[in-house]
Design a protein around this ligand. Structure first.
Ligand SMILES: [Zn+2]
Length: 317
């Protein structure tokens, strides 16, 4: 039987699995990402994990490929990590670094491509044909699956919903541009925004909620303040709800998917916001685009990336 390796390479953890051709998970492995985050150190970690997993296959089975999902911008051929924000990487020839020491096919994909494919094949998007997946975590990630195939675009960078522009000359985004959706709705930018409010106003809900210990603030405090009817929290909460639901609804209007999957730590920890966004997508998308639409919460959690990566390897072979 053929086996495949799927790896989710995150800034904090590496999750890896060995999967058989029927989609059965045989081995699961998790370890901390090397704190230096240097390309050669991380490459060595991956090489060791791949060799370990290859050694765990049953006698007679062969492991034919390994797919790695990581956050970042990749070259069109998927061999070079042009920008890896979680690692501080620029133009790292990561696939070649691995291929020199590993005798199976290596593929690198954007982490959301892997996550969405995992949800599509084995999670919330099972049985759909055209799926749009949005993750609200530290940033905003998204990916499209069209006709059961990940759509990556002409230069491999499709699906950057976080960086569509929604305000002329607006808030500065981590990508360097102004007015991106992520700057208003992503976990890190929202956290920074409420820390700023807390520091500048000791009477603010955010300052009082953590007794001045502003490092404890995170996305969920916007919802806490909203539920307590705090005016500033409510304004931010409603802005996030409106911007996110409109942006997702616009994708629904343009691409007419049959399933939208929403996940990510920030929004899964703000249940009222999540359910409001899920409702309001229907308010803003054109009615004909809604006739076959299901809107689901992501269900695979932290395993989605490694499972999706292994399945991508299997299905693209
Ligand atoms: Zn941006």
């Amino acid at each position: 039987m053929k086996n495949y390796i799927g790896i989710d390479l995150g800034g904090t953890n590496i999750r890896a699995c060995l999967m058989d051709e029927n989609g059965g998970l045989k081995v699961f492995h998790k370890e901390k990402t090397d704190v230096s985050k240097k390309p050669d150190r991380v490459a060595n970690q991956i090489i060791k994990i791949v060799k370990m997993l290859q050694g765990r296959s049953v006698r007679g089975d062969i492991t034919t490929g390994c797919c790695i999902g990581l956050a970042g911008l990749l070259s069109p051929d998927g061999r070079i990590v042009k920008i890896g924000p979680n690692f501080g990487w620029r133009d790292v020839h990561f696939a070649d670094m691995l291929s020199r020491h590993i005798d199976i096919d290596i593929h690198i994909v954007n982490d959301l491509t892997a996550v969405s494919y995992g949800e599509f094949r084995m999670g919330a998007g099972k049985n759909s044909k055209n799926m749009f997946c949005v993750f609200v975590g530290s940033g905003i990630g998204s990916a499209l699956i069209l006709n059961k195939t990940p759509y990556e675009g002409s230069s491999n960078v499709a699906g950057e919903l976080g960086h569509i522009k929604i305000r002329e000359g607006g808030r500065l985004c981590g990508c360097g541009a102004r007015g991106c959706l992520e700057a208003y709705t992503g976990g890190n930018p929202v956290r920074e925004r409420i820390i700023e409010i807390a520091k500048s106003d000791k009477d603010s809900f955010f300052y009082r909620a953590v007794r001045g210990n502003t490092e404890k603030l995170n996305y969920s405090f916007v919802e806490k303040g909203y539920l307590k009817k705090d005016a500033i929290s409510t304004a931010i909460w409603e802005e996030i709800r409106d911007l996110l639901s409109m942006a997702i609804a616009n994708v629904v209007t343009v691409y007419n998917p049959d399933c939208v999957v929403i996940g990510g730590g920030a929004i899964l920890n703000t249940p009222r916001l999540l359910s409001s966004v899920m409702n309001d997508i229907r308010k803003y998308a054109t009615p004909p685009s809604l006739s076959k639409l299901k809107i689901e919460k992501a269900v695979l959690g932290d395993d989605a990336g490694m499972i999706g990566a292994a399945l991508l390897m299997r299905d693209q072979e």
